[in-house]
Write a new protein. Structure first.
Length: 278
């Protein structure tokens, strides 16, 4: 096998969705990726519905079942037509529950789904917290782990995906704070994994609340290098070619290895918290 056959083209689609208009948002994604080639596309959180649901009822109405809902079916067709894989964030309905989820899909259909573990701000009024373990999926050319937006603030998430074998972290986002992009460089460095953060731009004004999204989608190497990035305000499409196997080398120098040097006997899973003043 040649070296180039091991390479993976990863893409981040930075969108500006119209709230509630799934078809317009599908069309925007199709137009953005038209003329670009990637083996793995990553699209934003809640990419087809928009973000700022008025309440849980509205989130539930726009949510869909996985894999039977129209968004999963649309993405399956896209992956089949383009012979690629893709990760997208979407609102998931499962009986009475509603999750802020993402899915990984390939030419043969759904491969896996993830339900956001760490809900941000008013998401807590609209969604149920994720109830499934973090998982890594082998798509042939790479092992891919998924996390959603605010999961970035918990280093445990990226670390767990790395320990489960992820070479690439697919990270759909709807970021509103300015810290994630920088933090993800640390997540990639401390875990030696590639990361594709696909963010959105634009604003949503609903019930007199205005939310502005920060763009600056990025593709990072396993050493924290910026391979491609978007701006703050325009829809765009970024692509970079990576060698996923580089993420398997956890050696820092002849004496240090990121995994072998862990002192997990000292890292309690849920240490007794020290609360100053109590
Ligand atoms: C976020 O988690 N959407 C900020």
């Amino acid at each position: 096998m040649t070296e180039s056959s091991n390479l993976l083209r990863v893409g981040a689609v930075q969108t500006n969705p119209v709230f509630g208009d799934k078809q317009a948002n599908q069309k925007e994604i199709e137009a953005l990726i038209h003329g670009h080639e990637a083996d793995l596309w990553v699209m934003p959180e809640l990419a087809l519905t928009g973000y700022e649901f008025k309440d849980r009822k509205e989130a539930r109405e726009l949510a869909e079942e996985i894999p039977d809902g129209e968004s999963t079916q649309w993405l399956h067709k896209l992956c089949r037509d383009l012979n690629c894989h893709a990760v997208i964030g979407l609102a998931e309905r499962d009986r009475d529950e509603v999750f802020n989820s993402c899915i990984i899909v390939g030419p043969d259909g759904l491969i896996g789904a993830y339900r956001k573990l760490h809900l941000f701000d008013r998401e807590k009024l609209r969604f149920d917290p994720g109830d499934r373990p973090l998982a890594v999926y082998d798509i042939g050319k790479a092992r891919v782990g998924m996390m959603i937006c605010y999961d970035w603030i918990y280093p445990e998430v990226a670390r767990t995906l790395m320990l489960k074998g992820a070479q690439v972290i697919a990270h759909p986002t709807n970021l509103v704070m300015p810290y994630c992009q920088q933090s993800m460089r640390t997540r990639t460095l401390e875990n030696r994994v590639f990361a594709v953060t696909a963010n959105r731009v634009g604003r949503e004004e609903r019930d007199e609340r205005v939310i502005k999204f920060t763009g600056r989608s990025q593709i990072l190497s396993q050493l924290g290098d910026m391979l491609a990035f978007g701006d703050e305000s325009h829809s765009s499409c970024l692509v970079a070619e990576i060698n996923p196997a580089a993420a398997d080398d956890k050696r820092v120098n002849p004496f240090n290895d990121l995994i072998a040097d862990r002192r997990s006997e000292f890292y309690l899973a849920d240490p007794e918290r020290v609360r100053p003043g109590r």
